[in-house]
Design a binder for this molecule. Structure first.
Ligand code: ADP
Length: 662
């Protein structure tokens, strides 16, 4: 005689109460049972409630491991198999039908039946699932979810699912417990015909007429088999095909198949959309963090570039000369520079040294009026060379001339902000006459737009000849600011030395005495500004990173809740042959999805925030696509990182404990 399909030797299953290790407290649900079941048999297990029937079926169905004793399936010692090998056997060789159907909710009949096929990596699982549903007479209900089906119909879907992988061994635990007597007939007819086709059927029931369908009836009491009756002759052995082939373990790729990951994605979307508000709250941390990162870098980069542009416009070979000793803050008592100092400094430009140009300016506040409109702004008085030194070529009209400067002519150029505040939109003020502190000035040109730079609006300015500003408008004799251009950026230090020497001579400073003026190197000032901006940006980024971590913890929390909520589903998936790695992936995919959606929303908000900020504040912003890519990568990574623990927990659940979880 061929080896039995199932051989149980002196097998016991002891349930220990939770948290207790003492063997004496355990319930012996199976008590030293020995049993053989041959291929093609049709066995019913009966007995009073609590006698161990379900436990027997779970151990036989490889959902649970025995506490002691041996179990051999098709000649294989089950105790030597690891979790994944058991999952593979459940998937390819064993079918389960449960009393409570255990179909995935909110999932069509077709997808439910396709589930075990996904885990066994069958090509075209849907086609096979449709075939099986047709076989159980459910072809007009393919796209119904379980809640749209009657109990009997749900059980037929469950049967179709159990048969999807052509199992050779079918377990049914009270398959008729939740359906009407009419439907009981149909379901039992199904099982009978399966057994006739060679499938070994093991059935647990407490209904005698259901047990009558079997050929052999085992009666259990207190964890033991108390009677074993053959009520119908066994079918001819020839009718049962050799089934050991079906139990052969095959090597399986380490990672889940693409189809099963697609199914994970679908389930993750279902689960997320079921709890929209909860999902949104979970994502919020990620959204805020990514938004902050994007906005901070866009605005920070904008600031850096606008500083660089200003620096390029000013020229890195520029130095600024101011009165006052190097260690005294504020103006101090040192004498101001006057026009004759400027004239002497200008002589340096003729000496072929490192000084190329000297550019004196005065500054002050004025009231400008045009018609009924008044505007308080700042006035800059400069020499004509200002145009080329500052790249300040007018966008309309012209710059003032040397003669106008000498003549203290009442001419001026206006910046954009001033024009916006005095003239109707789109009006070109060139040629009009404005009042500057109640004196008529002719507008000869419009200054190019500089944009916001730091905290001062560089376009809020009236520019006029230096002499006009000093004598007609501000009434000052001292020069506010003297900018000196070196012949090249390498000559800046030589230029500083020459200017220092000249100033010491002009101001009669004896050797050994300290300077009573200062010379700033523009490049140094810009560098200092950039350093401050850099520190600010890094601080903000660090805060954004912290909120990313907080967001990640929120996601982890909700994933742990999700694993708890879906413990039964995990049990079912494992019973149908999901390996640990497949369950792991399912929850990782979900965490990843939350993070990527959150990250995506965060990116959109961050980009809009940058635009809004810069539009209202006039700042420059530069979107760094690297940052966007990094944000996506970081949110994906945190999804994986924070999803890993809950997903791992889910994957480690024992199939039967998860299935029994309330
Ligand atoms: P039946 O299916 O015949 O009703 P079971 O196999 O479900 O019987 O249970 C057999 C015995 O094992 C019962 O006494 C029951 O209380 C106990 N039992 C079943 N499952 C568990 C479990 N998970 N933990 C502890 N005891 C259990």
């Amino acid at each position: 005689m061929a080896q039995p399909l199932i051989r149980m030797v002196d097998l016991s299953k002891v349930y220990r109460p939770q948290g207790r290790r003492e063997a004496s407290l355990g319930v012996r649900a199976l008590d030293h049972v020995s049993l053989e079941i041959q291929e093609g048999e049709y066995v019913a297990i009966v007995g009073p409630s609590g006698s161990g029937k379900s436990t027997m079926m779970q151990v036989l169905g490889l959902l649970d491991r025995p506490t002691e004793g041996g179990l051999h399936i098709a000649g294989m010692d089950v105790s030597r198999l690891d979790d994944d090998q058991l999952a593979q056997l459940r998937n390819q060789s064993i079918g389960f039908i449960f009393q409570f159907f255990n179909l995935l909710p909110r999932t069509t009949a077709l997808d439910n039946v396709a589930l075990p096929l996904l885990y066994s990596r069958k090509a075209d699982p849907k086609a096979r699932a449709r075939e099986m549903l047709e076989f159980v007479g459910m072809k007009d209900r393919l796209y119904h979810a379980p809640h749209q089906l009657s109990g009997g119909q749900q059980q037929r879907v469950a049967i179709a699912r159990a048969l999807a992988n052509k199992p050779v061994l079918l377990f049914a635990d009270e398959p008729t417990g939740n359906i009407s007597s009419q439907q009981t007939e149909e379901v039992m007819a199904e099982l009978d015909s399966l057994n006739r086709s060679g499938v070994t059927v093991v059935l647990v029931t407490h209904e005698p007429d259901v047990a009558e369908h079997a050929r052999r009836i085992l009666t259990m009491r207190d964890g033991r088999i108390v009677s074993d009756r053959q009520i119908k002759p066994e079918r001819a052995a020839a009718a049962a095909p050799d089934q050991s082939e079906s139990f052969r373990l095959k090597p399986v790729p380490a990672l889940p198949s693409a189809a099963s990951i697609r199914e994970n994605l679908r389930m993750a979307l279902v689960s997320l959309s079921l709890n929209k508000f909860r999902t949104f709250l979970t994502m919020l941390g990620m959204i805020i963090a990514v938004m902050a990162v994007i906005a901070v870098t866009a605005i920070g980069n904008g600031m850096r570039v606008s500083t660089q542009r200003r620096m390029a416009a000013l020229g890195s070979n520029l130095v600024v000369l101011m009165p006052g000793a190097a260690n005294s803050y504020g103006i101090g008592s040192a004498p101001q520079f006057l026009m004759q100092d400027v004239d002497r400094l200008k002589q340096l430009t003729l000496m072929g040294g490192a000084v190329r140009a000297v550019d004196p300016t005065v500054e002050g506040s004025v009231l400008v009026s045009y018609g009924a409109n008044d505007w308080n702004t700042s006035v800059t008085g400069a020499e004509p060379s200002y145009e080329s030194m500052r790249a300040d070529t007018p966008v309309s009209g012209r710059f003032f001339t040397r003669k106008e400067d000498q003549d203290r002519a009442r001419v001026c150029l206006l910046g954009k902000t001033v024009i916006d505040n005095l003239y109707p939109p789109g009006f070109d003020p060139t040629g009009t006459v404005v009042q500057v502190n109640k004196t008529n000035f002719q507008v000869v040109g419009v200054l190019p737009v500089k944009g916001g730079g730091g905290f001062r609006d560089q376009d809020d300015v009236v520019l006029m000849p230096l002499q006009t500003a000093m004598w007609r408008v501000l009434g000052v004799t001292q020069i506010s600011r003297i900018e000196i251009e070196a012949t090249s950026s390498d000559a800046v230090q030589d230029c500083i030395d020459e200017v220092t020497q000249m100033c010491r001579t002009l101001r009669h400073i004896r050797p050994g005495q300290p300077d009573d003026f200062r010379i700033f190197n523009m490049a140094d000032i810009q560098q200092a500004q950039q350093d401050i901006a850099g520190v600010l940006q890094k601080t903000l980024l660090a805060i954004a990173m912290v909120s990313l971590v907080v967001g990640g913890i929120g996601i982890m929390n909700i994933m742990l809740v999700s694993v708890k909520e879906r413990t039964k589903e995990i049990g079912l998936r494992k019973a149908l042959g999901a390996r640990n790695v497949e369950v792991l992936f399912q929850f990782l995919v979900e965490a990843l999805l939350i993070c990527l959606i959150g990250g995506g929303i965060g990116i959109l908000l961050g980009l809009s925030l940058s635009v809004v900020f810069t539009r209202f504040l006039g700042w420059l912003y530069i979107i760094s696509w690297t940052t966007v890519a990094v944000a996506v990568a970081v949110s994906a990574f945190s999804g994986l990182l924070f999803g890993l623990w809950p997903a791992w927990q889910a994957s480690q659940l024992s199939p039967i404990e998860a299935l029994r979880y309330e």
